[in-house]
Structure formats: structure tokens, C-alpha cells
Design a protein around this ligand. Structure first.
Ligand code: SAH
Length: 358
């Protein structure tokens, strides 16, 4: 068992089965043994690869979409240019480079990063050397000024709970101990849950639904700030409008593994539900866009023209890799449809380009 597995097993032996969100949170962010707290998981040599690490075009397109939103809102100066869960800092670096094409924008931008992992903060500091950057643990400490924010594969890392439908209630999935002392998922006795009453309509006994309260709280807090101060957010993640089924997964060295086998040493994620995010944004008196597939959004933002321009300077293997990267980001059989996007802006203000009204 991993060191974190031993710690959690000891805790479960004393306190009884552990909720899945507590398990997921410990696996990702335990200060000594958490997955993100201790390593750089990205890239070909790591456990997974994300859109900004695939091609600079991703950050350029998203950065210019936020730039258009900034222009549409009257070029507020100064403003917060924020990212939640910035990983290696690649997306922010690519966005800022693209924004240099917009007069006055980079000079007006104050970069704020929301990042829990000390190891990744160090990498972000190096990637963004030459820029003034402020780090935060959460949205709460961002300055009171317009905020233009991106989050790519951040919400999928926030801890979820899972519930299996029984006839007239829900059994929560939790982590207990098997006869051999290893961690073993199981089900709590059924209860009724107010938050899941609405899901009786579209589920049957045996179905699993997931909730992610931290993601909903994040969208609500962000939307409240955008409604009050101005700004725009673009949220990108793999997911659906609302959840059905078990999407809890672990990746190690680019391969799916048992999420309970190596706690702290595999990346754990779950699909993001966009409907509750849009509802939270509306409840906070902001405007949420329709959910838009990543491939559609990037095409609308002009990624193919950009790809052609970049291709002119390339030959051989570099050109092949560039063409493959464009396809990987946009094609429906690759990331183009699995990944979905949502924009949040104040009411009565134009959505960023590429997004449709809800
Ligand atoms: N956006 C990056 C990285 C995605 S991985 C990319 O596209 O490459 C998820 C990121 O979110 C990591 O930087 C991780 O450390 C961070 N993270 C995960 N949970 C977090 C939390 N609760 N608060 C702040 N950051 C978190």
C-alpha cells in the first residue's frame, strides 16, 4: 500500500468508512502525500497531457476570446487576469503572449493564480518569470476589480460524492476496508437527500449520480464577482450538461488504473456537470452561456487559420506533430467533443466570441 493508503486505512479503522469526496481530496492535495502536492504530473513523461501542453494554439485562442470580452466591456484598467488550477503555467503564458496584440491589455492586466499545490506554484513561477504574479488559495482573496478568468481541467479535480439510486432513496458510495485491510469502496445505507430529489425523474434503481459541491460553489462565487465587478470566465473541462453514471477515474502513466489501489500516486478526476454551474451563475445574477464543445469553440475562434499560419514555418516531424495537435484539440473523436466549455459574463453584456446564449 502507498504511504497515504496506510494513513487513510488507519483513519478508516478508527472512524469508519470515509466519504468519497474526503478520499479524493486527500489523494490529490494531502500536504505530504497528495498527488498534486508532490509532483509535476503533466506531459509525455507524466501521467496525463492537457490541452495547453498539446499546443500553444489552445492558450492563444482562449486568450483572444477573453481579450475580446475585455474590449467589449470597455477595456477596464486595471483588471485581474486570473487562472484557477494553472498546472505548469503554460496556458497563462500563451494567453498573455496572444494578448500582446491588443493595445494596452497586458499593461492593464494583474495576473492572479489560484493554485493549491506548492510544487506546481514553483513551476508556474518559472514559466511566468518576468511577470508579476500573485498566488491565492481560493477566489475569495482576489482583488475587487473586473476579473477575466480561465480554468482548464480545474473543476474535474474538485472532490465529488457519488450516490447509487435504490427504489426510493440514495446509497452513498464510500471507502471502507476489505478483509485484507486494503481500501475497498462500498455503499452506505440508503437515505433520502433533498439535493437529489430532482434526479428521481431521470434515474432508475442502480443508477449512479455524482455531485460536486465545491465546483458549484466556485461557479457561484466567481459569477457573483463577475456580476458585481465585471469580467468574464471561460470554464473548460470534460463533462456533460448533467451527470449520469460513475465517472470517477484514475490515470497513471497515461493508463486508467483502479482509483483505490494507489492513493496519492494516480491522478483522480470526475466528469464536470455544467448545468449546476450555469444554475449557480444565474443564481448569482450573472449570465451563463450555452455549453459549447471545445472543438466547436476553437474552430469558431479561428484555430484552423492560426494552425495554417504556424504550419508555414514548419517541415517534417514538427509539421506532423502540429497537424496531429490541431486534430487532437478539435476533432470530435479526440478532445473536441469530450471537452465542453461554458462562459460567464455579467447580465446584459456580450458573451465572449464563440459562445451561444443559453
Ligand atoms: N490547467 C492546467 C492544469 C490542470 S490539472 C492544464 O490545463 O494543464 C489541475 C490543476 O488544479 C493543478 O494545477 C492542481 O494543482 C490544481 N488544483 C487541484 N485542486 C485544487 C484546489 N482545490 N484549489 C486550487 N488548485 C487546485
Amino acid at each position: 500500500m502507498t504511504p497515504l493508503g496506510q494513513l487513510l486505512a488507519g483513519q478508516i479503522a478508527v472512524e469508519g468508512p470515509m466519504r468519497l469526496d474526503r478520499y479524493m481530496g486527500a489523494c490529490l492535495l494531502h500536504p505530504a502525500h497528495g498527488y498534486y502536492a508532490t509532483r509535476d504530473p503533466f506531459g509525455a513523461a507524466g501521467d496525463f497531457i492537457t490541452a495547453p501542453e498539446i499546443s500553444q494554439m489552445f492558450g492563444e485562442m482562449i486568450g483572444l476570446a477573453l481579450a475580446q470580452a475585455w474590449v467589449d466591456q470597455g477595456r477596464p484598467t486595471p483588471f485581474t487576469l486570473a487562472e484557477a488550477g494553472p498546472g505548469r503555467g503554460t496556458l497563462m503564458a500563451d494567453m498573455v503572449r496572444a494578448m500582446r496584440a491588443v493595445p494596452g491589455m497586458v499593461a492593464a492586466a494583474q495576473i492572479h493564480l489560484i493554485e493549491a499545490s506548492p510544487a506546481l506554484r514553483d513551476i508556474q513561477r518559472a514559466t511566468l518569470a518576468g511577470h508579476q504574479v500573485t498566488w491565492h488559495d481560493s477566489l475569495a482573496s482576489l482583488p475587487d476589480q473586473p476579473v477575466f478568468l480561465v480554468a482548464n481541467e480545474f473543476l474535474d479535480a474538485l472532490p465529488i460524492r457519488q450516490f447509487q439510486r435504490v427504489e426510493a432513496g440514495w446509497s452513498e458510495r464510500q471507502v471502507g476496508l476489505g478483509a485484507d485491510g486494503a481500501l475497498l469502496p462500498g455503499l452506505a445505507p440508503p437515505t433520502r437527500l433533498a439535493a437529489l430529489e430532482a434526479r428521481f425523474g431521470d434515474t432508475k434503481p442502480g443508477d449512479v449520480v455524482e455531485t460536486c459541491a465545491p465546483a458549484v460553489a466556485f461557479a457561484g462565487d466567481l459569477a457573483a464577482q463577475i456580476a458585481a465587478q465585471g469580467g468574464a470566465a471561460i470554464l473548460i473541462d470534460y463533462g456533460n450538461w448533467h451527470s449520469l453514471g460513475d465517472t470517477f477515474q484514475a490515470l497513471r502513466a497515461h493508463q486508467p488504473v483502479d482509483p483505490f489501489a494507489t492513493p496519492g500516486e494516480a491522478d483522480l478526476t470526475a466528469h464536470v456537470d455544467f448545468e449546476p454551474l450555469a444554475q449557480a451563475a444565474r443564481a448569482a445574477r450573472a449570465q451563463a452561456s450555452a455549453m459549447t464543445a471545445q472543438g466547436v469553440l476553437l474552430e469558431r475562434l479561428g484555430i484552423t487559420a492560426r494552425a495554417q499560419t504556424l504550419a508555414q514555418a514548419m517541415t517534417g516531424q514538427a509539421l506532423d506533430a502540429h497537424i496531429a495537435a490541431h486534430r487532437r484539440l478539435t476533432h470530435p473523436a479526440e478532445m473536441g467533443h469530450l471537452f465542453q466549455t461554458l462562459a460567464i459574463v455579467p447580465q446584459g453584456v456580450a458573451l465572449p466570441p464563440g459562445f451561444d446564449a443559453l
